[in-house]
Design a protein around this ligand. Structure first.
Ligand SMILES: Nc1ncnc2c1ncn2[C@@H]1O[C@H](COP(=O)(O)OP(=O)(O)O)[C@@H](O)[C@H]1O
Ligand SMILES: [Mg+2]
Length: 338
């Protein structure tokens, strides 16, 4: 099969200027995926996200697209890149643009989860500086955590993010608006154990073994803790089987509520009362070899990197096939001739 791998830019771009490790991570992921595609006998090409990508993809005319693009100007472009891939009409791996939008904006994801009956920490959202005059902790049990609503990698999360007064919440929220822009989330802080659940599969996602994040210090996966990797992970987590199933079920249902496809990773805190609260759904989990959680968890489940790539490609190929069934809408707008 002819596979076009779409990645974030590897050269100079706003995303790579913001995060000095981003380009290196993109290169490592791209090279690992290309190696797997070669192993699988596919004919691979690479296109970097940017203004020319649609034309480049149309010229190449691949059978499927493997979408690894985590951003262009910023991480928020994940959704825009998926939208451009939709315009190409060629099936691609992972969430649709809609799924990425919902997943990227945590308050929207939380509303989707609540509507589906999934527990997520109660929250307030700050849409702009004018909201700072409101009581941002109203209706919330304190302490609360104040975090950017549309970032990742724990950006903006420090020890100071956990506040126990409304004034504290407003102060941290004001700082986050200046640094990252709105929206900002004020969310009940859930003390207790932290887990992440990787999902893989099509047409519906299935959970891999639950992984626990065990903190060496404190109980916050802050930016610093993530950067220094100062946690240990345990996969499968040491939890009773029924709890593991509860966490996996919460993860699968949240990913479905957000609109994920093929793969995803869901972060969950378990309250001291034993109730799982879903924090967020990652619609494009990192696949950096020997670094990202996702391939590490997959390995624990006995899946190689190539197994992950194989499933993703099969998922997109399956969408290509089902589109060709009689009666299904054609990507090239076949109705035009009618
Ligand atoms: N409501 C919360 N209660 C407890 N800890 C939280 C809460 N929200 C975030 N955290 C902590 O901050 C980390 C990062 O938050 P998360 O919402 O997953 O954002 P990111 O997209 O940056 O990973 C979590 O892994 C967790 O340790
Ligand atoms: Mg997270």
């Amino acid at each position: 099969m002819r596979v076009c791998v779409v990645t974030a830019p590897t050269g100079d771009c706003p995303l790579n200027r913001q995060d000095p490790h981003a380009a290196e991570h993109t290169v490592r992921t791209r090279d690992a995926v290309l190696k797997s595609l070669e192993e699988l006998g596919h004919d691979a090409s690479v296109v970097e996200a940017g203004p020319a990508m649609l034309l480049e993809i149309e010229t190449l005319g691949p059978d499927v697209i493997l979408n690894l693009a985590t951003g262009y100007r910023s991480k928020k472009d994940q959704a825009n890149i998926a939208a451009i891939l939709e315009m190409s009409g060629i099936p691609f791996t992972g969430a649709s643009s809609h799924g990425h939008v919902v997943g990227l904006y945590k308050h929207v994801a939380k509303m989707a989860m609540e509507a589906a009956g999934i527990r997520t920490p109660p929250f307030q959202v700050v849409l702009g500086k004018e909201d700072l005059r409101r009581d941002l902790t109203r209706g919330l049990k304190l302490p609360a955590i104040v975090k950017p609503a549309a970032e990742g990698a724990s950006l903006g999360i420090t020890e100071e993010s956990v506040v126990s007064t409304a004034e504290g919440a407003a102060r941290v929220a004001a700082r986050l608006i200046d640094e990252f822009g709105p929206p900002v989330l004020i969310e009940e802080f859930i003390p207790g154990r932290e887990f992440t659940v990787a999902l893989l599969g099509y047409p519906s996602l299935r959970a891999l073994p639950v992984q626990e994040i065990i903190f060496k210090e404190g109980d916050l996966f802050s930016y610093k803790v993530k950067r220094l990797d100062s946690v240990t992970v345990k996969c499968p987590a040491e939890v009773p089987e029924d709890l593991a199933r509860l966490l996996q079920d919460a993860a699968v249902r949240s990913a479905a509520a957000v609109g994920c496809r093929d793969f995803a990773r869901v972060d969950i805190r378990l309250s001291d009362g034993g109730v799982p609260y879903v924090l967020e759904v990652n619609t494009l989990p990192g696949l950096i070899p020997d670094y990202s959680e996702y391939p590490r968890i997959a390995a624990k489940a006995g899946l190689t990197y190539t197994d992950i790539v194989k499933t993703l490609i099969q998922a997109a190929a399956e969408r290509a096939r089902s589109r060709e069934l009689p009666g299904a809408p054609k990507a090239d707008g076949a109705a035009r001739g009618a």
